[in-house]
Design a protein around this ligand. Structure first.
Ligand code: HEM
Length: 313
């Protein structure tokens, strides 16, 4: 998936001259993408086959159609219930949809969930940890909040971690995982005097917008407090800040994605104290992004973790 993401966001001469058939035929990127797709197809076919096989083994294959409340294992889900692929297979077999689906549709959804949902969340966690290491004041404040909120409780509720939420918002301003959001124009239009023909591919530069001094004071500095008492939210209503996109194609995994970032971060901050490895200062920590569709860290982040013992407090 990582290789596929790097390739799909890469530069290709054929994209600059879309009418040239020769460039399209010679495109090295296309060959690499097709090879990657074949590999991905094999993995996805494997996932579907495995599900089908498991389902047919489960109590004569019909139990999964039972209503909720049935105590027998009904699917491949963690608690014996159906998972996403089971649901798709059931819907496909029952033919209950107005537009029937086939294995290709199922594979497209699984691959979309993986490609859109994994790197974006892990990259946000990585960048947040890197920013916290460069900003000890923010780290101390976020850590104090998490430790105070979770003190003595076996909770995973991140609802009250108000400061951590601001920290994540600030990370997404500077390190939006999808730095260029693609769109295509449905009709000819003019923007700021530029003529944009129908079907032209345009990119919304969320990376640039997040650092534009026209909209942000001290844009390069990491200040979660800027989002305090500030109406700018994550749902695409403020066009200077679009980490989850906007409009009808806005990220459908927004709530899930945020939880998937908040909870691991809260646990990392609660359970460990963090240091940079010997010889690395906050000022020379490499903050360069990868090229490709997602702006994850170019270099892996290495940190020294010391387990935190809450008992003496
Ligand atoms: C921090 C986490 C995440 C960030 C920052 C993020 C960001 C984005 C962005 C910027 C887009 C493009 C939106 C647009 O075109 O307007 C997008 C699309 C999408 N995201 Fe996320 N995402 C995250 C997590 C997730 C998760 C966890 C899932 C699902 C498990 C997910 C599923 C999707 C899907 C399916 C699309 C494509 C929607 C479409 O094309 O209509 N995302 N995401």
């Amino acid at each position: 998936m990582r290789k596929a993401l790097a390739l799909s966001g890469g530069f290709d001469l054929a994209d600059l001259f879309p009418s040239s058939k020769i460039l399209k035929t010679l495109s090295w990127n296309k060959i690499k993408l097709l090879t990657m797709r074949r590999k991905l197809d094999e993995i996805l076919d494997g996932i579907i086959d495995e599900h089908k096989e498991n389902l047919s083994k489960m109590t004569n294959g019909s139990a999964r159609l039972n209503q909720a409340g049935d105590s027998t294992r009904r699917g491949n889900g963690e608690f014996g219930n159906e998972d996403l692929v089971d649901v798709f297979l059931r819907v496909k077999e029952s033919g209950e949809l107005e537009f029937p689906i086939d294995n290709d549709n199922i594979k497209a959804v699984i691959s979309e969930m993986f490609s859109a949902g994994t790197e974006s969340s892990s990259s946000t966690i990585n960048w947040t940890m890197a920013e916290l290491m460069r900003n000890p004041r923010v780290m101390a404040k976020a850590q104090a909040e998490v430790r105070e909120t979770f003190k003595g409780q076996k909770t995973t509720d991140t609802q009250n971690l108000k400061y951590l939420k601001l920290v994540i918002k600030e990370t997404l301003r500077l390190h939006s995982p999808l730095p260029l959001i693609p769109r295509a124009c449905r009709e000819d239009c003019k923007v700021n005097g530029y003529f944009i023909p129908a079907n032209a591919k345009v990119f919304v530069n969320t990376w640039g917008m997040g650092r534009d001094p026209k909209y942000w004071a001290n844009p390069e500095s990491f200040e979660p407090e800027r989002f305090e008492n500030n109406p700018t939210d994550l749902t695409g209503n403020h066009f200077e800040y679009l980490p989850f996109g906007a409009g009808r194609r806005i990220c459908p995994g927004l709530t899930f994605g945020l939880t998937g970032v908040e909870l691991p971060l809260a646990q990392l901050l609660y359970n460990f104290d963090w240091k940079l490895p010997e010889g690395i200062n906050p000022d020379n920590l490499n903050m360069i992004e990868n090229s490709g569709m997602t702006a994850s860290r170019k270099e892996d982040l290495y940190l020294v973790a010391t387990p935190y013992d809450p008992s003496p407090e």
